[in-house]
Each structure stands twice: as structure tokens, then as C-alpha cells.
Design a protein around this ligand. Sequence first.
Ligand SMILES: CC(C)(COP(=O)(O)OP(=O)(O)OC[C@H]1O[C@@H](n2cnc3c(N)ncnc32)[C@H](O)[C@@H]1OP(=O)(O)O)[C@@H](O)C(=O)NCCC(=O)NCCS
Length: 249
Amino acid sequence: MSTAPQIDHEPRSAEKPLTLVRGDGATEVVRMAGEPAATVTSHAAAALPDERSYAGPLGFVRKLADRAREDVDGAIERDPAANSRLEMVLTSPGLHAIWAHRGLHELWKRPGGRLPARVLATVTRSITGVEIHPAARLGRRFFIDHGMGVVIGETAEVGDDVMIYHGVTLGGRSMEHVKRHPTVGDRVTIGAGARVLGPIRVGDDVQIGANSVVVKDVPAGAVATGIPAVIRFPKRDATNQWLDPAMYI
Ligand SMILES: CC(C)(COP(=O)(O)OP(=O)(O)OC[C@H]1O[C@@H](n2cnc3c(N)ncnc32)[C@H](O)[C@@H]1OP(=O)(O)O)[C@@H](O)C(=O)NCCC(=O)NCCS
């Protein structure tokens, strides 16, 4: 039997921190250095909307369709080059990669699903240029513009309404089999080529500049630019980051 520790991929929260399951069956609670009670929740496990039940035989299909529609709408909202839903569905490698990931994440969680999920993630990568580990947790309306060169690691967690550009890495700095990738809050924008490394927390409404290297926590509402990233707080309303999408062209 392998003695390599396994990561428990249940949603992280203040009540349920990340747990390591070791080869001998023993478990160990893992917290990041200096980690307080979680402030960024795991949005990938967010509850379904109250107004609609997805119970019943076709519930899963309806849920998939609803999620896909909101993904496309979110992408159109944030991509000034988009002309129609159909165009986005047919031509956005970022959407294709995210949709593939949603299926592969479900496969990953099933018994015996890990190897096929990894294999299919590799196939997706060769088609889209986007590498997302099937265990990574992605929130709703996540959008990857341009796609190519994005890498999202195994223990990364990404909130809702996050937008990243090509070349972004949500990577680790440790070889240990623990939580080693970033936790990204809601409405975060990560510019092209940025590297966000280690089990750090990126707060809600943060903007990370193109080609920046972020290795420390970023507080909510901040702008992080440079290598290593320097934090500042913009005067304008950071939640209106999509108001003038032309600024990102
Ligand atoms: C980080 C970002 C959101 C900041 O936007 P902003 O708040 O409007 O900031 P400003 O443009 O007013 O710049 C403020 C300062 O940060 C600097 N800065 C901006 N982006 C930077 C970056 N990526 N790296 C280093 N410094 C940067 C500016 O030079 C300026 O410096 P100064 O005060 O010394 O003149 C934006 O610059 C950015 O990088 N967006 C990502 C765009 C992208 O990836 N586009 C891909 C399209 S395909």
C-alpha cells in the first residue's frame, strides 16, 4: 500500500480545515502558517440557488445548463471582443477548459475516478492550452480570457466571478502534499502572466497586475503589482473593475 499522504478534497471552511489522510489511515489537520479561521470560503461548494430546485431526474442537466449559461453571460460581460453567446461558446478556450474541468472535478471525487480525470485533464490541456488539476475548486462565473498557458494547481480554490488572463499560474512553492496553492476570493482579476504562488489568500475584489509575482496574502480590495508584488489600495471603486473593459485590451 502506498504511504503517500492523500489530500481530503472536501470543501475547506473554518469548521472543516484541510485534512491530510496518511498512508496508515491516520489523519492530520493541516493549517497554513499563521492561518486564522478561514475568511475566504470555498465557493465551488456554494449552495444551489434557493429559488430553484435541481431535484428530480433532469435536475442535474438543468443545473449544468444554468451554470453554463451564467458562465457564458459572465464571459460576455468581461470580454469586450465578444459579439454573441454562440461565438463565445464556439471560440472561447477558457470556457471550454472550465466546462471540462467541472465534469472532471466530479469524476475526480468518485471512487476510481482520479486516473481518468487526470488523463482527460491532460487531453483538455492539449486542446485548450489551459491546465487545471481536476481537484482544484473553481467558483461560479469563473472566466479565463485567451486561455493559453494558464496553470491551476491541485489545492487551488477560486471564488465566484473571478477573471484571469492567459499565462496565469495559481501554483505551489512546496513539494509537500499539503494545501500548497492559493485561495482566491470573489471578483478577483489576475492579469496576464501573473504568478500567484503558495497557500496564500487573495481577498475579494483584488486586482493583480500583469506579470506580477504574488507570494504573500493580499487584502481585500487591494491592487498587487510587480515582482515581488507590492500592495496598494486604489482610490476608485475596485468592485467596478469591469465598468470599462477596454482598459484590459
Ligand atoms: C494592475 C492593474 C489592474 C492596475 O490598474 P490601475 O489601478 O488602473 O493602475 P494604473 O494603471 O493607474 O497604474 C498605477 C501604477 O501601477 C503601475 N502598474 C500598473 N500595472 C502594473 C503591472 N502589471 N506591473 C507593474 N506595475 C504596474 C503603473 O505603472 C502605475 O505606476 P506609477 O504610479 O508609478 O505611475 C493593471 O495595470 C493590470 O495589470 N491589469 C491587467 C491587464 C491584463 O492583464 N490585460 C491582458 C489583456 S489581454
